[in-house]
Design a protein around this ligand. Structure first.
Ligand SMILES: [Zn+2]
Length: 376
């Protein structure tokens, strides 16, 4: 018999003290199971929870606890209203629960017990058979892709957005590919990654560099509409495409444009010819993936070598600088006190290089307790 532990982290926000950590193990059949043991964990904010136990927490036991509080001489009204709310969450969809978490964070700093309890509940709650994910932004009809998420269309600047656009967000589910709007296509034919996302030589590199020869074709990674095509500072000739799936991709140091703002493109359509315009040493494609203007680590979404997506659906979780992209079905490890990269790599049968690549970090990055590391 062996224990399989799963890591999963639903809500992660830097800026809150992650002082408590919950992990549990469950027995499972092992015969053909060759997966690495991973831990199931959820990040908590402080140590408070609504109930002092998380084991065997049934509606009845909660109700019993509630009734006992009610019978007290001075009933703790606030706690009781939180328990009422918690009982209702079980009827919520995952999206509704996430929205509730949003509003709790907005309402101030006093709801951590409830927030923690919701997190604990979500980690154990199986949403997999609840197919009520609406991806509402996809249903919205507009001339501009994903207009419900952005609300504006700017053809004069590559980066017209500011924090106002995502200030209210906490999590957003995106469907990256579908029968209707297609899937991912590699921006260049031959994949040689020359620089990855993250901090390089003390500067932050907001994209990934793919080697190419001048005049090589550059293709749109997803379907959508060209939002910007022009010369812009260090980017040189640059194309930005807003995609139906909600992302924007940026292609820089181009030699020739093959599209202009307003053109509709499919994944794989040639949008430009590569080059080394702008601030570029040697010809290459600087490729960025952004959501509401926030640069995501492309390696978290795209397997460049395999020319495919890491997952068809992703969850974008708000953090203090923007968003972390969490592809469905990918396992994460939450950094604990005393962890270091090599130790985590060894535990998951991977290498430090692989972890660095997947997480956009360098080998000597400092790991913070509570930081989420993509391990598989
Ligand atoms: Zn670059």
């Amino acid at each position: 018999m062996r224990f399989i532990l799963y890591i999963q982290c639903l809500v992660y926000l830097i800026g809150f003290n992650v002082t408590s950590f919950y992990a549990h193990a469950s027995e499972t059949e092992t015969e053909k199971d060759t997966r690495k043991p991973v831990k199931k964990a959820v990040v908590l904010y402080g140590e408070e929870t609504l109930f002092n136990t998380i084991e065997n927490l049934t509606d009845e036991s909660i109700q019993l606890h509630y009734d006992s509080l009610k019978g007290l001489e001075n009933p703790p009204v606030k706690v009781m209203s939180q328990i009422e709310l918690f009982l209702r969450i079980k009827t919520f969809s995952k999206m509704e629960a996430a929205m509730l978490l949003d509003s709790l964070f907005e309402s101030g700093n006093e709801n951590y017990a409830l927030i923690n309890q919701i997190n604990l509940f979500l980690i154990d709650h199986d949403f997999s058979n609840v197919d009520n994910e609406s991806f509402d932004y996809l249903k919205h009809k507009s001339d501009y892709p994903a207009h419900l998420l952005y609300g504006s269309w700017n053809t004069t600047k590559p980066h017209p957005y500011n924090q106002e656009l995502y200030k209210q967000d906490s999590t957003q589910r995106l469907k990256l590919s579908s029968k209707k709007f297609g899937t991912y296509a590699s921006p260049v034919d031959k994949i040689v990654v020359t620089s990855r996302f993250g901090y390089r030589w003390g500067k932050s590199h907001r994209g990934i560099d793919l080697d190419l020869q001048v005049w090589d074709e550059v293709k749109s990674a997803f379907s959508g509409k060209v939002r910007f095509a022009g010369y812009f500072g260090g980017y040189g000739r640059v194309v930005v495409v807003r995609h139906t799936n909600g992302l924007e991709t940026l292609y820089a140091h181009l030699h020739r444009f093959k599209v202009e703002a307003g053109d509709n493109v499919n994944a794989g359509d040639v949008i430009a010819l590569g080059g080394s315009s702008g601030n570029s040493s040697g010809s290459h494609l600087h490729f960025e993936v952004r959501y509401k203007g926030v640069a995501l680590n492309p390696d978290q979404l795209i397997d460049f070598k395999a020319k495919e997506l890491v997952a068809d659906k992703i969850t974008l979780v708000k953090n203090s600088w923007g968003f972390t992209a969490i592809p469905d079905g990918v396992e994460y490890y939450t950094v604990q006190k005393g962890d270091y990269l090599f130790k985590i790599a060894e535990e998951y049968g991977t290498t430090c290089n692989e972890l660095c690549k997947k997480n956009g970090i360098s080998r000597n990055s400092t790991l913070r307790v509570g930081q989420k590391i993509r391990v598989i």
